[in-house]
Design a binder for this molecule. Structure first.
Ligand SMILES: NC(=O)NCCC[C@H](N)C(=O)O
Length: 315
């Protein structure tokens, strides 16, 4: 059996692989990907230890449409719930599945443990720290809308969560791209992701910066936010809402970005991180972005099982 690839972090992808998945996602979205069934004869396992609407459906529907069989597990179905180790679970599943799509409760160590073999691809369907398949769908959406990622300027407002980390790693790979992270103090993207992005940006010419206020906003093409209650996390202070309130994306903030579209990884809480007027308004592409999770998921699944070259030396 061919060696399988894992997608635990955006950092697992070379620049060529990142571009291939994004462009392939665009082809799936346009119906120009061809009628092939690259997952024909494979079996995909879908393990969600946390709630999911978009990602679970995107990968399940995507796997079925590409010809795979599907096995799904809820949070308490596997013997993990009775104390079997993740290493043993991964070893067993890898003898039976071609791909495991997993959303975990904690950091990436669990996913890396499942990925301690090469017969079964492991896809990170969101961990506490990174949400790579969201970033891939987001870049697919950006290409769909702007025709490119290069040079696109993104203002990310709100909690520096798993979505923000993945977006930071992904956007920093593209020449001329700007990512302006504006997060409440104490809720920023972790320094290790900023450091990784800074290394990528030095190569690509991208620009990534994080600040903790909304003054002096630069001209941008995209305003992006995420809900304030990141899955599985609790806020350390009781008064966190007052710290987040200034970071709401509302009509006043959008007026400061007059040419920008609005993106959101969803689910949304109207009246908290975003107003209904913005989310449901003419500049919002958030629901197209959600549909792109499905198109992008097919590209990710195809990449996992394909035996194409990994994209050249280094990045
Ligand atoms: N698009 C999604 O996967 N949405 C669910 C998670 C959103 C957010 N990043 C969270 O961690 O709660």
């Amino acid at each position: 059996m061919a060696e399988r690839r894992h997608l635990i972090s955006i950092d697992d992808l070379s620049d060529d692989e990142l571009r291939w998945i994004v462009e392939r996602g665009v082809e799936y979205s346009r119906g120009t990907a061809g009628a092939t069934q690259p997952l024909s004869g494979t079996v995909v396992g879908v393990l969600f230890r946390k709630t999911s609407t978009r990602t679970r459906t995107a990968f399940s529907a995507g796997a079925l449409r590409l010809g795979a069989g599907l096995v799904t597990y809820g949070p308490a179905d596997l013997q993990l719930a009775t104390g079997e180790s993740v290493e043993d679970t991964g070893a067993v599943l890898s003898g039976m599945l071609d791909v495991l799509v997993a959303r975990t409760a904690g950091p990436e160590a669990e996913l890396r443990a499942y990925a301690g073999q090469k017969q079964m691809s492991v896809i990170n369907a969101m961990s506490a720290v990174e949400h790579p398949t969201q970033a891939l769908a987001d870049l697919t959406t950006i290409v769909q809308h702007f025709g490119r990622v290069e040079g696109v300027r993104v203002l990310y407002v709100g909690e520096g969560n798993n979505t923000a980390s993945a977006l930071t790693l992904a956007l920093s790979r593209y020449p001329g791209t700007e990512l302006h992270l504006r997060t409440p103090a104490g809720y920023g993207v972790e320094q290790r992701y900023l450091d990784q992005a800074a290394a990528s940006a030095r190569r690509s010419g991208a620009r990534v910066e994080q600040r903790h206020d909304l003054s002096g906003l630069p001209p941008v093409d995209v305003v992006y936010t995420t809900r304030w209650q990141t899955t599985g996390s609790t806020k350390p202070t009781p008064h966190w809402r007052s710290e987040f309130a200034p970071f709401q994306v509302n009509e006043a903030l959008m007026a400061a970005a007059p040419d920008a579209v609005f993106m959101h990884d969803l689910p949304a809480h109207r009246g908290e991180e975003v107003t209904a007027a913005v989310l449901d308004g003419p500049r919002s592409i958030a629901f197209t972005q959600a549909e792109n999770k499905y198109h992008s998921a097919r590209a990710v699944l195809e990449w996992c099982v394909a035996s194409r070259p990994s994209g050249g030396a280094g990045r």
